[in-house]
Ligand binder design. Structure first.
Ligand SMILES: [Zn+2]
Length: 222
């Protein structure tokens, strides 16, 4: 490394010291030892019971630390958290759907109005596809802008997502792994699955985290 590079790196370190993406403490790594221990110990991949008929696996409880990391990822441009979350998601798939072969790995799309530069679900799906070595494919688009799901009850969430997603291709006999960051009631994932099924696909979902009470209104997304 030449002197200039070293200088740039040092200045960057002073202005933006690395922080743990889970607890925001200053750290040499993006995942501090305490959080690593706590989160790895709590990781329990299993099929989630939601209020929807849905096959969805997840492994991390949507605890304060996990919630903070997903907020850092979604709203504070800390995209490096996706490396950690996608690894948990891939392990969840390997553990819960050991012998499944997927034709495509896809994600829950956002409405394109340029208000946000990236979609966290898409980033996670691309990384999960790479780890598991199943092809990444765009299968859905969001055709309408709706309210955020946070704060809505189960019926309101179902209504809010009804008809907002459309398949972008025929998916006859395709087996799809649908990725998202958090599952709450399962209303969003269910609507996506319904739409993908109409195009002929069989769909299994995986999320990084799940809310412990799936009727909770505090969930961040779906
Ligand atoms: Zn930490």
């Amino acid at each position: 490394m030449n002197f200039l590079n070293l200088l740039i790196k040092s200045v960057k370190f002073l202005i933006f010291p690395p922080k743990c993406v889970f607890c925001d403490s200053l750290n040499t790594d993006v995942f501090c030892y305490e959080c690593k221990t706590q989160i790895i110990n709590s990781f329990r991949p299993h099929i989630i019971k939601t209020q929807q008929p849905l096959v969805c696996a997840s492994g991390l409880v949507y605890s304060r630390l996990v919630q903070n990391s997903i907020k850092n990822f979604k709203f504070r441009n800390q995209v490096n958290i996706s490396n950690i979350l996608s690894n948990f998601m891939a392990s969840t798939v390997k553990s819960c759907f050991k012998y499944e072969k997927f034709d495509y790995v896809t994600y829950v799309p956002m409405y394109k109005d340029n208000s946000k530069s990236y979609n966290q679900s898409e980033i996670l799906a691309k990384k999960v596809s790479k780890i598991l070595q199943f092809p990444f494919e765009i299968c859905l688009k969001k055709t309408k802008k709706n309210k955020v799901q946070r704060g809505l009850n189960f019926q309101e969430r179902q209504l809010n997502v009804k008809g907002v997603y459309k398949s972008v291709k025929s998916l006859k006999n395709k087996k799809i792994l649908l990725c998202d960051d958090v599952v709450t009631t399962g209303a969003t994932l269910s609507e996506c699955v319904k739409e993908l099924s109409k195009s002929g696909a069989k769909v299994i979902c995986v999320t990084a985290a799940y809310t412990e009470k799936n009727n909770s209104l505090n969930g961040n997304s779906s």
